[in-house]
Design a protein around this ligand. Structure first.
Ligand SMILES: Nc1ncnc2c1ncn2[C@@H]1O[C@H](COP(=O)(O)OP(=O)(O)O)[C@@H](O)[C@H]1O
Ligand SMILES: [Mg+2]
Length: 595
């Protein structure tokens, strides 16, 4: 090869002195090319064998893994230090740790060795660079000033856009509060599932905003610069990269597809199910304990978490192969570039004096490929973000029929006449079962109406229709002759007080937190027969009542709820078995016939 090159140089009729110089230089460069080819090939080979090895190792029998998981679980985590926790964590995932160990031990020494010829080469090229170093210095000063606005812009996008998920999260929550009751009746929209979605989705959207966006801009810029430089110095060589481009795109596209595909959906469902089980079990921990169902809930939770684990294992394996393949394509591209540049020099297409240009092109292409690889690394985050954004947007655009935030509708002063005329109703989740079949009744102002019937006959349903939690399927619900569907929802609900069978007292509130005159509060508490026991509480009216009012007895909760309703002095008071937990004495004291 060297001889042929020498002869082609000879054609240009260089003086012998120069020829000698070139010969020595070319000799070591050619050796370098040969070495590098072998190094790259061996690198590709070891990497692919390690990947195959790790892939097959990753498929451990499921039973084995579960056992490990259980022994790890049964040990007391809190008792031991961080190291202990780390070891416990590592046990079931040992196989997966192997990957990283494997990669460090097998690949990096190899990669390290491949740097040596480059250093050797630099010393050759250095002599040429020396004369250019002055102009390089100037370039770097230009770069320095160019860098300032770039960093400013990138920080601006970083600083500005990460705020995006934050309002998104509160927007999603605000939307949740405005949704129809029918939405919450759906099993897939349980409390646990909704909180999980609220907590994770808005956060995941960040994967496609803020830092990512600025990084993508930087990468596009770097890629453009790299390719630009490469094309400027040697277009033939640069053109070769395009032959590898389809393979790169295919592997990247497959990686993206993997992350946004069905896997994400199945896993998300499992996470939501798990958090649904966790919320239900913890909020009703007494029931769970008394029924002896702790193990059952534990198992359901674990099964769901396992689904996410399985999904991840599958994904990691396929992702690993794809990532390996995309790296492989890159290395084959380098190998091809070196071979092709050899050919170009060999065939006399590239002047022997321009070998430094080849290195410029190669460096620029390596740089471009690296940034492209970096962007590819962001694919999973981006894929997840797209999925999460899809779910959030779906929630935000979910149609609300009964909108409490609406400013429209009548706001009449009412006296309190309630009228049901031929009302028919079926719950949205059970459209084929009519709960109310042509209900007709009139309640005059000042009158008290008691609905009596077996449980499940539709008493609470009537109340829900009057509060307009749902719309009647047929017929009309009227207050003072106004159809409730035509009234402003906020106005309607401010005129109708409701005490439910299981009153809810919020943990974040003190017992009574209305800005009302003291004597009104006192009167309401006395009327609800709650005054005496409230005074006996440690902080009186300022007492916080714990999660769902758990620090109060059922009867006390009901009395507080009745007082809370009485205090507002609404025209219509609805009591849905509100005194079911009261002793007969209290029940007598509460004058439910005088709202
Ligand atoms: N959110 C709901 N979704 C579907 N069906 C419901 C819902 N709430 C109640 N039901 C059904 O409607 C019927 C009437 O319930 P309800 O009005 O609560 O009875 P009650 O007279 O005991 O208060 C029952 O058969 C019940 O199963
Ligand atoms: Mg009821």
């Amino acid at each position: 090869m060297t001889t042929r090159l020498r002869s082609s140089v000879g054609k240009f009729g260089r003086p012998p002195r120069v020829r000698f110089k070139i010969r020595t230089q070319l000799g070591s460069e050619a050796r370098y090319f040969k070495d590098l080819n072998w190094l790259i090939l061996s690198n590709v080979f070891t990497k692919s064998t390690v990947l195959i090895f790790i892939y097959f190792q990753g498929i451990l029998p499921k039973k084995n893994r579960d056992q490990k998981f259980e022994t790890a679980n049964s040990t007391n985590f809190m008792k031991k230090s961080f190291v202990k926790i780390f070891i416990l964590q590592a046990k079931p995932y040992l196989v997966y740790k192997m990957r990283s160990f494997g990669l460090i031990f097998f690949c990096y020494p190899n990669e390290g060795r491949s740097e040596f010829p480059e250093i050797e080469l630099m010393s050759i090229v250095n002599s040429k660079l020396k004369c250019q170093s002055n102009s390089f210095g100037t370039y770097y000063i230009y770069l320095f000033f160019f860098e300032i606005p770039c960093v400013l812009i990138s920080n601006w996008t970083r600083g500005g856009l990460p705020n995006f998920p934050r309002p998104l999260r509160s927007q999603a929550f605000a939307k949740l509060l405005r949704l129809d009751m029918g939405y919450f009746d759906e099993p897939i929209n349980s409390t646990g599932a909704l909180t999980a979605r609220l907590a994770t989705d808005a956060g995941k959207v960040q994967g496609a905003t803020g830092r990512r966006i600025s990084q993508i801009f930087i990468n596009i810029g770097a890629l453009g610069c790299g390719l630009g430089i490469a094309f400027y110095y040697e277009w033939r060589l640069s053109l070769l990269t395009f032959a590898f481009l389809p393979f790169m795109i295919v592997t990247q596209a497959l990686m993206m597809k993997l992350m946004t595909g069905n896997f994400g959906g199945k896993e998300q469902q499992a996470i939501e199910n798990a958090s649904k089980v966790a919320t239900e079990a913890t909020t009703n921990i007494r029931t769970v304990a008394s029924l002896g169902r702790k193990a059952y809930f534990g198992k359901v939770y674990k099964d769901n978490i396992d689904v996410t684990f399985e999904g991840k294992v599958q994904k990691i394996n396929i992702y690993g192969i794809l990532y390996g393949a995309s790296l492989g394509v890159m290395f084959f591209m380098f190998a091809g570039l070196f071979r092709f540049s050899m050919y170009l020099i060999d065939a006399g297409i590239i002047d022997i004096n321009r070998t430094s240009d080849i290195f410029r092109v190669l460096t620029a292409l390596v740089f471009a490929a690296e940034t492209a690889g970096q962007s590819a690394g962001m694919a999973p985050d981006y894929g997840q973000a797209v999925l999460a954004a899809r779910r959030v947007v779906k929630l935000l655009q979910f149609p609300t029929i009964i909108n409490p935030a609406s400013r429209e509708g009548q706001r009449p002063e009412i006296t309190g006449k309630v009228e049901f005329s031929a009302v028919e109703f079926a719950y949205p989740t059970r459209k084929d079962v009519l709960v109310l079949k042509g209900l007709k009744t009139v309640v005059e102002p000042g009158q008290t109406l008691a609905l009596v019937g077996q449980s499940g006959c539709g008493k609470s349903t009537c109340i829900s229709l009057l509060e307009r939690f749902y719309n009647a399927s047929a017929g009309e619900v009227k207050i003072d002759g106004y159809d409730v569907t035509g009234m402003n929802l906020k106005w309607l609900r401010s005129n109708v007080g409701l005490v439910q069978q299981e009153p809810v007292l919020f943990a974040i509130w003190v017992l009574i937190n209305f800005h009302q005159p003291c004597q009104d509060i006192e009167a309401a508490l006395k009327e609800a027969n709650a005054y005496d026991f409230v005074l006996d509480l440690p902080q009186g009216l300022e007492t916080r009542c714990g999660k769902k009012g758990s620090q109060l007895s059922g009867g006390q909760k009901q009395r507080i709820a009745i007082a809370r309703a009485l205090i507002r002095k609404q025209k219509i008071l609805l009591l849905d078995e509100a005194t079911s937990a009261l002793d007969t004495e209290s029940e007598k004291v509460i004058h439910i016939d005088q709202p």
